[in-house]
Design a binder for this molecule. Structure first.
Ligand code: HEM
Length: 639
């Protein structure tokens, strides 16, 4: 109850007194600037709100706790002048963003020969687990006036200028793209305005499916849990299982074409309705939760709702982590690279790298550089039927905040078939014209996501690109010639033309023009910064699924079952109409990765969770049914 609550300052991670908390209520700064938690119990499950992950620093891991910086931020100006984007070495402003973007990053659409569209969908779901969309909602919904006269009065407005000779807009009248400053501890009143801006984000900084379960126990209880058999609430419509839907007209699905399109998820985190990738994987992991809970209940009929729920959540999170670490990242960066860097283990047994000196945090750099993937996003989502015949396509930018579209005309079925049959965008330096010119679809007129990436690069105060080269390569980079072997030669020419000094180069521009790392599809520095964080995830998370010494740890037999998790297994179990798929659905089907019947793909055997104290239980090979074309096996078991 309330009386046990402990109060923390969200930024500093120190306990504050109840009196001070009361004062902050009066100042209206508790929501962003404080965390409230119950005393830690070292033996309890991973908490919904992320508290008590690190027992010495109980609020770390919660909402609104800070990113860490691999390199100190660089801004122009000081505490008096305010912190504005850094200047070039010669003191002039850096090249204007839209102009720079259109000259270093041409637009085009080329299919990738290696990866499928599923890669970008999964990546965007992954980052939604640790990052917010409030900065975007701000200029779309809350402060949509940044290109109007009113915007001149608002310091939060940082609209992007479109030059008169713009390759696209010179034929039209658009000269401005609306944008707002990122939310910071300063803007929310937690830190003084004359301190270096520090970004504030909402999700827990561990990969814990917080987009599914949320980060507030009361919200999970009211919107998520069914409180029966460990299940999440669900609706069945035309034979498909959906998360619960909103019942009022006032919801986040602002692009639903009414009256035909009405569905909008009413999940603990409404952003499940946002980008298509987040939406698809929210639906699939929501269903997977119920699939797992049903399986566990069959094996262990004596388990109560709570036990089933928390064990299911644990397995669901482990399922996701196993896919990220052992399937997605290796598909992008190569197994060897990841093994060498300690991201993945060489043996299937336990692995315990936990270090309580490393706090559960993400780096500001990781949060930022993942935007590089915008340039491999293919915006044309193709739809196929279950036999693999192409039907039609839809631009992804038209289905953001539009869950209703998925729920009509079998669109969800056909998109599900499309994501693993369709090529992703090629890993090159071409950006899909829709991402570069449309971005937010019908919600705003003209959004160049890649120009915004560059603007944010500067507002987040990212250190110069060469400083990250030094960090990752352990040597100095002082001239353009030092970049030989890192950037494509013709790109070096462009860089020299656009920037006067090598230190002026913006981090994201460096990544756009960089050569891939050996045995990898990713630019070297992107790979370096991603690996750094993916090691931190596993070292700093006390509840990491591969650990034997943690509360409610898996036993070896169970861990070996978790090791069978694959994204194709996910789609076989809970994806509509999926009966045949390639074993690694992040990579295109072909020799060595042939389309296979779901029945022949590995699948978790939940008998490994059999609890002898339950007595007999069901010993039938129940999960065989999941592959007989009816993914809704759980609906039989719920009554
Ligand atoms: C059709 C697909 C996509 C669309 C329409 C889209 C759109 C956007 C938009 C509008 C923003 C906010 C830009 C800003 O205001 O600064 C954003 C941010 C971001 N996007 Fe995407 N994106 C897509 C795919 C991806 C993919 C595949 C990734 C891969 C990881 C990704 C990673 C990110 C990241 C890391 C951010 C920054 C979020 C933050 O800092 O809070 N996006 N995206």
């Amino acid at each position: 109850g309330e009386s046990n609550s402990i109060y923390y300052d969200s930024y500093h991670g120190v306990q504050i007194s109840e009196k001070e908390y009361q004062q902050r209520i009066a100042r209206n700064t508790t929501f962003w600037c404080t965390n409230v938690l119950e005393p830690c119990d070292p033996h309890e499950w991973r908490r919904i709100d992320g508290s008590c992950n690190n027992l010495n620093h109980p609020n770390r891991g919660m909402t609104h706790t800070p990113n860490l910086r691999l390199l100190p931020p660089t801004y122009a100006g000081n505490s008096k002048e305010g912190y504005e984007p850094r200047k070039a070495k010669c003191g002039a402003p850096l090249p204007p963003e839209r102009q720079l973007r259109t000259s270093v990053l041409p637009e085009g659409r080329v299919p990738d020969l290696v990866t499928t569209q599923l890669v970008s969908h999964f990546l965007v779901f992954l980052i939604s687990d640790v990052l917010s969309i409030h900065d975007t909602i701000n200029y779309v919904l809350w402060k949509p006036y940044c290109c109007l006269p009113q915007g001149k009065q608002d310091k939060d407005c940082i609209p992007v200028k479109i030059p008169n000779d713009d390759p696209v807009h010179r034929f039209g009248n658009l000269r401005c793209m609306k944008l707002t400053r990122p939310f910071t501890y300063q803007s929310e009143g937690c830190l003084k305005n004359d301190t270096v801006p520090e970004r504030i984000v909402t999700p827990t900084p561990t990969i814990d499916l917080s987009k599914l379960y949320g980060q507030v126990p009361e919200v999970l209880a009211s919107k998520g849990r069914l409180f029966k058999n460990g299940l999440l609430k669900y609706e069945i419509e035309e034979g498909r299982m959906w998360p619960p839907s909103t019942k009022t007209k006032d919801d986040l699905c602002i692009l639903n074409q009414k009256p035909v399109e009405t569905r909008c998820h009413d999940t603990p985190e409404p952003i499940s309705n946002s980008l298509a990738g987040i939406n698809l994987f929210s639906i699939w992991f929501w269903r997977l939760h119920n699939y797992i809970a049903t399986a566990l209940a069959k094996v262990n009929p004596c388990w109560d709702d709570d036990r089933l729920f928390y064990e299911t959540r644990e397995i669901n999170i482990a399922f996701m982590l196993q896919i990220i670490y052992y399937e997605l990242l290796p598909s992008l960066m190569g197994h060897e690279n990841l093994r060498r860097e300690g991201v993945i283990a060489s043996t299937p047994g336990f692995r315990d790298s936990y270090n309580d000196q490393v706090l559960p945090q993400i780096s500001a750099e990781y949060a930022f550089v993942l935007r590089w993937f915008h340039i491999i996003q293919e915006n044309d989502q193709k739809m196929y039927n279950a036999k693999g015949h192409y039907l039609r396509s839809v631009p992804l930018t038209n289905i953001t905040l539009r869950t209703g579209y998925l729920a009509i005309d079998n669109n969800l079925d056909y998109i599900t078939q499309g994501v693993f049959r369709q090529a992703g965008g090629r890993f090159d330096n071409l950006v899909d014209p829709d991402i570069a010119e449309i971005g937010l679809g019908p919600m705003t007129e003209g959004t160049d996501i890649t120009s915004f990436d560059l603007v944010k690069n500067r507002y987040f105060g990212m250190a110069p690109y060469v400083k990250y080269l030094e960090l990752c390569n352990g040597r100095r980079f002082t001239t353009f010639n030092d970049l030989i072997g890192f950037a494509k030669p013709e790109m070096l020419e462009i860089l020299k033309e656009k920037y006067k000094h090598v230190e002026d180069i913006d981090l994201i521009v460096g990544l756009w023009l960089e050569l891939p790392a050996e045995g990898s599809l990713l630019p070297k520095t992107l790979q370096c910064l991603m690996i750094e964080q993916h090691v931190r995830f596993l070292v700093s998370d006390r509840h990491w699924y591969e650990r034997p010494n943690r509360p409610h740890a898996f036993n070896l037999e169970q861990l070996l079952e978790i090791r069978k998790s694959t994204v194709s297994g996910l789609l076989c179990n809970v994806g509509d109409t999926v009966t045949d798929i390639q074993p690694n659905a992040f990579l295109r089907a072909g020799p060595g990765n042939e389309m296979t019947s779901c029945e022949h793909l590995p699948n978790i055997d939940f008998r490994a969770w059999k609890d002898p104290s339950c007595g007999g239980g069901s010993s039938t090979n129940w999960y065989g049914g999941a592959h007989d074309g009816n993914p809704y096996i759980w609906s039989e078991a719920t009554d």
